[in-house]
Design a protein around this ligand. Structure first.
Ligand SMILES: [Zn+2]
Length: 303
């Protein structure tokens, strides 16, 4: 009897230990299952897997949340030089690209190729495209004027009052060529950060003109109203070549092949503010490509 009881107890103990073992053994995988995908070593997988799987989503979320916050709060500081200075189309595409992952970037690169017309250019529906040059006058301005003259074109030069001192005859030469001079402020501040009197001063001390382009494209209701009060029209742009960032002659020269260019498109370039060699070298190709598409290149008629 005693032996039977001992055996029975042993059997019960064995059964109990097995069942406990099963419960203990099952619980960790059950926990690690939903948390992480690793099931092999539950005790390790549970803490490691979440930290690995969460971190990418955390960075993606932080990029998405931080992105808009940065662009909205820091607009007056760093972004305007590029984002507000770039086109409506390019700003939205920039925001989109930040959110996209690597795979989507690849497909975007393919789309990027289609931004440009390939092969021989055929004459299209025609119309007028407006080349504009900012931040001069400077040593590159006469070179640009020559290229414009050779191609029978004119353009609009948004110049800074401070630079006119060094090139007192340049604006007269621009007008004599048939191109136009417009106002780009005295010395290129972010006008949205100025007091009302400072803003008026900047508008008064730029070139006397009918048109005004705010530096960095940074504008708001106050700036627009002040520009209007000063008797000028605010002019921004449709295509930003980003020539100031020196993207390379090949890239700049492709501007004339941009599909987005149509009748009335305003293109932003620079004749001042730094070494504009790339702009000058790329310009003849740009112009001849645009002309091959049937576009005339003219100064803005209302400036
Ligand atoms: Zn500028």
């Amino acid at each position: 009897m005693i032996i039977r009881r001992v055996v029975l107890l042993l059997v019960l103990a064995l059964f109990a230990s097995i069942s406990i073992g099963v419960i203990v053994g099952l619980n960790p995988p059950a926990r690690s299952g939903p948390d992480g995908t690793l099931v092999g070593s539950p005790s390790l997988a549970a803490p490691v897997a979440p930290s690995e799987s969460v971190s990418p989503t955390q960075t993606a979320e932080s990029k998405q949340t931080a992105g808009p916050k940065r662009s909205s709060t820091s607009k007056p500081t760093t972004k305007p030089k590029k984002s507000t200075a770039s086109t409506k189309a390019s700003t939205t595409s920039n925001n989109k690209t930040k959110k996209k992952d690597k795979n989507k970037k690849k497909s975007r690169n393919k789309k990027k190729g289609s931004r440009y017309l390939s092969g021989p250019l055929k004459e299209g529906s025609g119309g007028t495209v407006y080349l504009t040059f900012d931040d001069g006058p400077g040593t590159f301005t006469p070179k640009i004027l020559k290229i414009l003259s050779r191609s029978g074109s004119t353009a609009t030069f948004f110049h800074l009052g401070v630079n006119e001192r060094g090139f007192p005859k340049m604006d007269a030469q621009i007008r004599a060529q048939g191109s136009r001079v417009a106002n780009h402020s005295y010395n290129h501040p972010d006008l949205t950060r100025l007091s009302a009197s400072q803003l008026r001063w900047q508008l008064r001390h730029g070139p006397k003109a009918k048109c005004f382009r705010p530096p960095y494209g940074a504008t708001n209701n106050t700036v627009r109203k002040a520009v209007g009060k000063a008797g000028m029209r605010q002019v921004l742009w449709d295509v930003d070549t980003l020539d100031w960032s020196k993207p390379g002659v090949a890239t700049l020269a492709k501007t004339g092949r941009l599909r987005s260019i149509a009748d009335g498109t305003i293109i932003l370039m620079h004749d001042g503010g730094g070494d504009r060699t790339q702009t000058v070298v790329a310009l003849p190709t740009m112009i001849s490509d645009l002309q091959a598409r049937g576009f005339k290149l003219r100064a803005l008629p209302y400036c």
